[in-house]
Design a protein around this ligand. Structure first.
Ligand code: DQA
Length: 144
């Protein structure tokens, strides 16, 4: 079965209560449930994880390479400055695995520091601005 790791960076565990005007009212548990339901429909084995710890996120990307899993990644604030995360993402895509960068909001319509992603250049593709649906669109793409 197609295996997908859905990885989430810092503060995304606070979805639902964190700036709902930007990120919506769905909680992190709602996100996990929506992904799990769609994954069953698409016959994908999806595992959703979240961490506030950069090194843990890097380790999970190493795991994706070793287990040949595709990745949906919301790097959250790490998007804008984490070169260690970028290097780990590059390992995933250079191993021939898809890595889709997702964002709930559209970072390009927000503060200037959010306009640059150090991840996009090594991602297979980017989906941003569609709320929680950004993840579901990415999952559908990986089911092809
Ligand atoms: C985010 C956008 C980032 O700029 C921000 O730091 C986040 C969430 C998004 O999903 O819209 O934490 O990645």
């Amino acid at each position: 079965m197609n295996k997908v790791l859905v990885l989430n960076g810092p503060n995304l565990n606070r979805l639902g209560s964190r700036e709902p005007e930007v990120y919506g009212t769905a909680s992190y548990n709602d996100l996990v449930a929506m992904i799990s339901v769609l994954a069953v429909t698409l016959n994908i084995e999806a595992e959703v994880r979240q961490t506030n710890d950069e090194s843990e996120l890097v380790s999970w990307l190493h795991e994706a390479v070793d287990s040949r899993a595709q990745v949906i990644l919301n790097p959250a604030a790490f998007t804008h400055y984490s070169y260690s995360l970028r290097d780990a993402c590059a390992m995933v895509t250079s191993a021939g695995l898809n890595l889709i960068e997702v964002h709930i909001s559209n970072p390009h319509s927000r503060e200037e520091f959010r306009h640059n992603s150090v991840i996009s250049g090594v991602a297979t593709g980017v989906i941003a601005g569609f709320g929680i649906d950004s993840y579901l669109l990415a999952l559908r793409q990986l089911s092809h």
